[in-house]
Design a protein around this ligand. Structure first.
Ligand code: AMP
Length: 112
């Protein structure tokens, strides 16, 4: 079981912000912005590079969940950023697909 599967099954505690049939959103343990949460599929896809066409519904649900949780967190008006890290150069550290949602401050571009 991956770390995020253990969070989804409540084996490991996290501050859960919401969940649906196929996703869960919880605060990042090491926030990089005033608001920083992750949206994760309950069924593990290791990373976006391994997603398949048949995952299209799930991937859409993750984006919709990210936006609705961002609204719930009060980020809609000022905006926010959604990030997906893939592989070593992308900065991926947990091999279970997740969307980072960051807000509460202006984001830099280009990203680091
Ligand atoms: P990434 O580097 O894109 O793979 O992102 C993994 C993220 O998971 C990092 O931002 C970590 O801070 C976060 N993280 C690791 N362990 C936990 C945990 N137990 N609860 C919440 N977030 C975590």
């Amino acid at each position: 079981m991956t770390l995020f599967e253990k969070i989804a099954s409540r084996e490991i505690p996290a501050e859960i912000l919401g969940e649906g049939a196929d996703w869960i959103a919880f605060r990042d343990i090491a926030p990089q912005a005033p608001v920083h949460f992750l949206v994760v599929p309950k069924h593990c896809i290791p990373r976006i590079n391994e997603a398949e066409t048949s995952d299209n519904n799930l991937l859409g649900n993750l984006l919709i969940a990210a936006a609705s949780t961002a609204r719930q967190e009060g980020l809609a008006e000022d905006g926010y950023r959604i990030v997906v890290n893939n592989g070593p150069n992308g900065g991926e550290t947990v091999p279970h697909l997740h969307l980072h949602v960051l807000g509460g401050r202006p984001m830099n571009w280009p990203p680091g």
